[in-house]
Design a binder for this molecule. Structure first.
Ligand code: ATP
Ligand code: MG
Length: 317
């Protein structure tokens, strides 16, 4: 009895220790399973990201290819335009000389014929309108060239740029000229420029940043006519440029995504969602930073801060 008791005691002890082992195993299995689940989730996240970045890379490559193809024809249209402008100047000069010479044949049938022809072709209007058309077309080509450049930059095909000392105000002003068409009907631009030293930079790239910020600001304006304020200033060994609009503002949940490539809230065909991601990359390349302050219904302010000197690439001053 005692023995059996002992026996049954022992077997109970063994059972409980087996249960314990089983419990431990189950727990271990559950834990391992949990770990596997987590790993699996991370793996599928990573796979999504990889697919996304592969997609981006192939879009980038496609963009680079298209940009490369467009670049040549745009190049010769641009250069021919310059020549055409000079030829037109010469022609207008010649035309003025002819017009002046007309007084010598005043009253003759030829003079009457010339007058009729001049009125028919509206020569005075042509003389005014042709330079305007040329200017607008040149703006258009310049914009296409910028888009092509943007695409090339995005895919980082074209990396041969030089760091130079440049006046940011000059860059902002020339950018304003280029985007004037996009802005002038939507907003008044107020410049509040401070004193800026020349900074060591890639000026054409920074111009793209200003262009993106200005065009975004104009697009954000919802009233008939808004205001875009450009402020600049220097602080220690940095300078800053702000572009502020009184547009619709950015939704809170979107603020963290606006710098993502292809993030856009604009309708198809209106925005590619590349502007800010490109700008972010350019500012980072300059070892600067870009901040955004936005309030729905009040407006948005982007602030770009840049070091005056670019530490990695020395430029003889
Ligand atoms: N000043 C602003 N006011 C309100 N929303 C803005 C402003 N700037 C950017 N955003 C928001 O950030 C998004 C991304 O901007 P981003 O410049 O990268 O792309 P996009 O302007 O939509 O297209 P793209 O610049 O390529 O033509 C915009 O679609 C818009 O929702
Ligand atoms: Mg944009």
């Amino acid at each position: 009895m005692k023995q059996s008791l002992t026996h049954s005691d022992t077997s109970a002890g063994m059972e409980s220790s087996t249960d314990q082992v089983n419990d431990d195993r189950v727990r271990e299995l559950v834990r391992a399973n949990e770990e596997l689940k987590q790993l699996n989730a991370r793996l599928s996240d990573a796979q999504d990201k990889l697919m996304q970045s592969e997609k981006l890379a192939s879009i980038g490559q496609l963009a680079a290819g298209v940009a490369h193809e467009i670049n040549n024809p745009i190049g010769f249209i641009f250069s021919n335009f310059g020549t055409l402008e000079r030829y037109l100047d010469d022609l207008f000069q010649m035309l003025t000389a002819y017009e002046e010479a007309e007084t010598a044949i005043a009253g003759t049938p030829m003079a009457i014929q010339l007058k009729a022809l001049r009125e028919k072709v509206e020569l005075d209007f042509l003389k005014e309108d042709i330079p305007t058309l040329m200017r607008e077309s040149k703006d258009g080509i310049t914009r296409v060239r910028n888009i092509v450049q943007n695409l090339k930059d995005f895919s980082r095909v074209d990396t041969s740029q030089e760091w130079v000392l440049a006046d940011l105000h000059h860059g902002i002003d020339s950018t304003l000229n280029i985007v004037n068409n996009e802005i002038k009907y939507k907003a008044e631009v107020v410049k509040m420029y401070g004193e800026l030293p020349d900074i060591e930079c890639l000026p054409s790239e920074l111009n793209q940043v200003f262009m993106n910020l200005l065009v975004n600001a104009a697009h954000a304006i919802q009233v008939d006519r808004g205001t875009i304020v450009i402020r600049t200033g220097a602080a220690g060994d940095t300078v800053w440029v702000e572009v502020e609009d009184n547009g619709g503002g950015i939704e809170k949940e979107n603020v963290g995504r606006i710098f993502d490539p292809f993030f856009t809230t604009k309708p198809v065909g209106k925005g590619t969602g590349l502007g800010l991601s490109l700008s972010y990359g350019i500012v980072k390349k300059h070892l600067g930073q870009i901040d955004v302050f936005s309030e729905i219904g009040v407006g948005t302010r982007f602030r770009v801060t840049l070091p005056v000197r670019h530490p990695q690439e020395g430029v003889p001053v």
